[in-house]
Design a protein around this ligand. Structure first.
Ligand code: 5AD
Ligand code: SF4
Length: 318
């Protein structure tokens, strides 16, 4: 599959045909099961200033928090009890104590016997190695856009090449590495999504999360229009064809762009993963990547999976 094949699929193939092909590949490669990641957003502290993101360091609105080790372990135990297949520990990018995080990883992977996925930004090779040693199996770090000029404009002081180098380091260290990107960023050419897909394929990404850009009012991009659910779903289907092996989530951003059926539509377009939130209610409102963030909970995940006619291992509280 080359760039021009991908462009044809993205912008010419009728939606029904694209979806049917994605569903065929999904059924063959992944079966009917939908995996669930229990998402714990353990801190919103961030040193970066990504132009699109409400957690950017320059934004003084959110009250900054870091959950305690005990709070994180309690949420992880809750996610395990509800049938989550893996725990995702997510935060802004901040100088987290590597040893503190390693201990938490060890407790979750040894005591709860759940694989741990990290989504905590760029760190040193030594820290990545320590967390791998502690039991972290997967690492998510999105390339966000494969257009190097746009990447540089959105992330002042950082480069796409640097980001890709981190992805490669993580793979070298034995992580299952996940990337991802946004749809409809201000200044993004729709054709550049072909490059996003090719980059994910070249990295042989084990996971790829794709969601619409959604404006957050306290950021420099707060007045731009968001990306559409429609294009996001087409990109998701093409990803399923181009990366048949990959775990593809129906993202929270997709659920926010289309609150009624975003998750179900994502599953029907080729996704096989959902990420219900296990972030404590007391801090959720401060994890404001974008406005009107839709919180996907267990009940919502079960409804979405069943509406898509698929299976899961989730359990509601008695
Ligand atoms: N719209 C959509 N997604 C966003 N993210 C951050 N800000 C936004 C936004 N305004 C996503 C990015 C990042 C993850 C933490 O959240 O893809 O990787
Ligand atoms: Fe920080 Fe991530 Fe938001 Fe960038 S996208 S400002 S690194 S939390």
């Amino acid at each position: 599959m080359n760039r021009s094949d991908i462009l044809t699929l993205l912008f010419e193939t009728p939606t029904a045909e694209l979806r049917e092909r994605a569903q065929e590949v999904l059924a063959r490669e992944k079966g009917r099961h939908v995996f669930t990641r229990g998402l714990i957003e353990f801190s919103n502290v961030c040193r970066r200033n990504c132009l699109y993101c409400g957690l950017r360091a320059a934004n003084s609105h959110p009250a900054r928090y870091v959950l305690s080790r005990e709070e994180i372990l309690a949420q992880a135990a809750l996610a395990a009890a509800r049938g989550a297949d893996t725990i995702v520990l997510q935060s802004g990018e901040y100088p987290v104590s590597a040893v503190w995080l390693a201990e938490i990883i060890e407790r979750i992977s040894k005591d709860l016997r759940l694989p741990v996925t990290l989504s905590v930004g760029e760190h040193s090779r030594a820290d990545y190695a320590l967390w791998r040693e502690a039991g972290a199996a997967r690492y998510l770090i999105k390339h966000e856009t494969a257009d190097p000029d746009l990447y540089a404009r959105l992330h002042p002081g950082w480069t796409l090449a640097g980001r890709v180098a981190h992805l490669r380091t993580l793979t070298e260290l034995g992580y299952e590495t996940g990337t991802g990107f946004m749809i409809g960023l201000p200044g993004q050419r729709p054709e550049s999504h072909a490059d996003d897909i090719l980059l994910a394929r070249e990295l042989h990404a084990a996971m790829c999360g794709v969601g619409p850009f959604l404006p957050q009012k306290d950021t420099p991009l707060g007045r731009y229009p968001g990306g559409t659910a429609e294009l996001t779903l087409r990109v998701l289907s093409v990803l399923r064809l181009a990366l048949p092996w990959a775990n593809l989530p129906a993202t929270t951003a997709l659920a926010t762009a289309d609150p009624a059926k975003g998750q179900t539509e994502g599953l029907l377009a080729g996704a096989n993963v959902l990420m219900p939130s296990f972030t404590p209610v007391s801090v959720r409102e401060d994890y404001t990547l974008y406005d009107d963030k839709n919180r996907v909970d267990i009940a919502g995940a079960i409804r979405a999976i069943e509406a898509a006619g698929r299976s899961h291992s989730l359990k509601l509280p008695d």
